[in-house]
Design a protein around this ligand. Structure first.
Ligand code: 9Z3
Length: 326
């Protein structure tokens, strides 16, 4: 069960009360975990990336799955299926449309550009001699195309990796704070598959859990839903898109709507595990419609990104018009 199930958004009064709870729960979660050592470094990298043009539409894309460690000296952890296809493909389409991209992704999951390179095919195609290596023509054309696009875009993408759930959430909060100067030009595209459950550090074994002691039972706590504090406190002027994953189609739309109601963000892209590469549901408070991949040569992310950018543009214009009136 996710914590969304425990919340109803029946009145503004109750929503306000709950948002305070969400903030307290988020703060409690963070106080359980030490800050990652490189948090200051990430803060200054993001600041530098954004400060050169705070007027430029910039999207934070999260991608890949989070790990939940079972021991402090981690040998074992709980993980999930996400390969990072959605996030890495979307990053390329956002760049193509002129966005700057902060790509927060799980270490060793798929990356924009390199995802097109199959290392084994490349090895097969390489001929090597004392004077160096040459790529065969079958791979060479595609490789040059990818390298060319990468070089044209590399100044516009900042890549940051995470592994554990706690790292992911610390970085997400820090990057969100740092995106505040962008105002409505900031967009968040939260495609990472984030664990709903974790083991609090105080309940975790220090060393590798020993099998000689017999079977184990572990109790996982619920991760507080961070979307509400994100929208309300971390980066309140941004356009926020979340993803909702289910395996049971009959609850998908309802869960997506509930998320919008509870967290107050702008758009949910809802998908079913086994059909996520060929169809998604675009859900706002007022309407929903399906996007279906028209042909297998395309990637559905190109259509999702078009849809998100068009809605982000409308959002920016609306916010700027309101500012003019004030
Ligand atoms: C998604 O739903 C993404 O589309 C996928 C992409 C993870 C399915 P891949 O990386 O897969 O291309 O293999 N992401 C969000 C999943 C999530 O954890 N959402 C939470 C929820 O559904 C938070 S809103 O409750």
């Amino acid at each position: 069960m996710s914590s969304i199930d425990q919340v109803d958004g029946s009145s503004i009064g109750s929503m306000q009360k709950k948002s305070t709870n969400y903030k307290d729960q988020a703060d409690d979660f963070f106080s359980n975990f030490l800050e990652p050592n490189n948090l200051n470094q990430i803060r200054s990298q993001v600041k530098q990336f954004i400060d050169c043009d705070t007027n430029h539409p910039t999207v934070l894309i999260t991608s890949g799955g989070t790990t939940v460690p079972m021991e402090h000296n981690t040998v074992r952890f709980v993980d999930n299926f996400s390969a990072g296809t959605r996030g890495s493909a979307s990053a390329e389409y956002f760049l193509e449309k002129g966005y700057k991209v902060i790509f927060l992704y799980r270490l060793k999951s798929l990356e924009p550009f390199t995802r097109h390179i199959n290392v084994w095919q490349l090895m097969e195609s390489l001929s090597s001699s004392d004077s160096g290596s040459q790529v065969g023509p079958s791979i060479g054309d595609n490789l040059s195309k990818t390298v060319k696009i990468y070089k044209e875009n590399k100044a516009n993408i900042l890549m940051i990796t995470f592994t554990t759930l706690a790292e992911y959430l610390y970085y997400l909060r820090e990057i969100s704070f740092s995106m505040q100067p962008l105002g409505p030009k900031a967009a968040l595209y939260l495609a990472a598959a984030v664990s709903d459950f974790y083991i609090p550090p105080t309940d975790m074994a220090t060393h590798k859990i020993q099998s000689k002691n017999g079977p184990i039972s572990l109790v996982f706590e619920l991760v507080p839903k961070m979307l509400r504090p994100l929208v309300k406190f971390w980066v309140p002027s941004a356009f926020v898109v979340s993803f909702k994953l289910e395996t049971d189609e009959s609850i998908l739309l309802d869960k997506a709507r509930k998320a919008l109601l509870c967290y107050g963000h702008h758009l949910v892209i809802a998908n079913i595990l086994h059909t996520r590469k060929s169809q998604v549901l675009i859900v706002t408070e007022k309407e929903s419609h399906q996007i279906t991949l028209p042909n297998p040569e395309m990637e559905i992310e190109s259509l999702i990104v078009d849809e998100v950018i068009s809605r982000h543009k409308t959002f920016i214009n609306m916010k700027l018009n309101v500012e003019k009136l004030i």
